[in-house]
Each structure stands twice: as C-alpha cells, then as structure tokens.
Design a protein around this ligand. Structure first.
Ligand SMILES: CC(C)(COP(=O)(O)OP(=O)(O)OC[C@H]1O[C@@H](n2cnc3c(N)ncnc32)[C@H](O)[C@@H]1OP(=O)(O)O)[C@@H](O)C(=O)NCCC(=O)NCCS
Length: 164
C-alpha cells in the first residue's frame, strides 16, 4: 500500500490527504528514511535531523509518501515535499522545499501527487501564491514544476551565508 500522509496532527493540518503521521509518532526508522532521501536531494545532507520538531512547526507542512508492503519499493517514507507558510505584510504566501522521491520509486507520479497535496493545502490556507526555486540542471524537477503550472520568474536569487 502507498499512502500520502501529513507529518502533522490532524487538527493542525488544513487537508486530510490519506491520513496523518503525528510528529509524536515519528520513529527512528522514519528519520532514517528522511535522511536517506535528503542524501538523494543534496550533496551535503545533514547527518542528524529533529524531524518531529520541524514537522510540528506551525507554518511547516510536510507530506510524505509512505510505502507498506508495496512490491519492489523500500519500506516506509519513500518521498516527501514541504510547504512553508510565509506570513508577510503583503499577505500569505507559500514556499516549497525539499521535494524528493526515492530513486527506486521515480517515474510513478509520486512527486506529482505530493505536489498536489501541497497545492490543496495552500488553497485551504488561503495562500496567494506558492514560490519555489530549482537549479537548472535538475531537468526532471524543472519539467515537473512547469507541467504543474509554475511560471519562471525574472528575478535574481540571492543568499547571504551566515554559517559557512
Ligand atoms: C524530481 C523528482 C522529485 C520527481 O519525482 P517523481 O516521483 O519521479 O516524479 P513523477 O513520477 O511525478 O514525474 C515527474 C516527471 O518526471 C518523469 N520521470 C521521473 N522519473 C523518471 C524516470 N526514472 N524515468 C523516466 N521519467 C521519469 C516523469 O515521467 C514525469 O514527466 P512526464 O509527466 O513528462 O512524463 C525526482 O526525480 C527526484 O527526487 N529527483 C532528485 C531530487 C530533486 O531534484 N528534487 C527537486 C528539487 S527542486
């Protein structure tokens, strides 16, 4: 079975997806799976994370694809995507981060479904728009976002490094 679960308590989440994995019930195995996914997302993944703490943050909405006894798939969290709600003076908006699907599960529409749940949540949260960035060499991801209706913006992305 493959389900799409919010890593949130039901009361803290605007839409149900297929259900919830409350932060208090996140296991060491869940954390290991998320660390493994981050290893497929970034060249310098963290070695430890406080997944429950991040998932419980009021403006953070993480949806996970969770496989149980699904032939050919690893067990547990096999994909995830995060929506961050931004409360600004100009209104509510969202930012998408950490979109990744396990290599063994790609090309089955998991990312599209994960993103769909973020969009449902964004509408329920009354966000005006959702922004994201994706490096040009991530060709699959860039194609996916454009298929989903994201439009390329003509703006400069800047970063100030505070902790090298
Ligand atoms: C980008 C990513 C999340 C897409 O996940 P996914 O679940 O495979 O995506 P989907 O199955 O929903 O499909 C998205 C598109 O990619 C294509 N695709 C994905 N994996 C594929 C594969 N192994 N072979 C062929 N096509 C593939 C799909 O066919 C689809 O394109 P289409 O609609 O034109 O056919 C995944 O490739 C990934 O985790 N990449 C590494 C991390 C990354 O780049 N994250 C994005 C950061 S901005």
């Amino acid at each position: 079975m493959l389900r799409f679960l919010w890593l949130k308590d039901a009361a803290d989440c605007p839409t149900p997806a297929d259900g919830f994995l409350p932060p208090a019930e996140i296991s060491a195995a869940d954390r290991e799976r998320v660390l493994a996914l981050l290893g497929q997302l970034t060249e310098r993944p963290p070695t430890e994370i406080d997944l429950a703490d991040v998932a419980a943050a009021p403006d953070t909405f993480i949806v996970a694809a969770v496989a149980n006894d699904e032939p050919g798939l690893p067990e547990g969290i096999v994909g995830m995507a995060t929506l961050i709600r931004l409360r600004k003076l100009t209104g509510l908006s969202g930012h998408v981060e950490d979109v990744v699907v396990d290599e063994a599960c790609r090309g089955r529409g998991l990312a599209k479904t994960l993103m769909g749940h973020l969009h449902d949540a964004g509408r329920a949260l009354k966000l005006k728009h959702i922004n994201l960035t994706s490096q040009p060499q991530r060709e699959t991801a860039n194609r996916l976002y454009q298929q989903l209706g994201y439009e390329r913006r003509d703006t400069n992305a800047y970063r100030l490094t505070l902790i090298p």
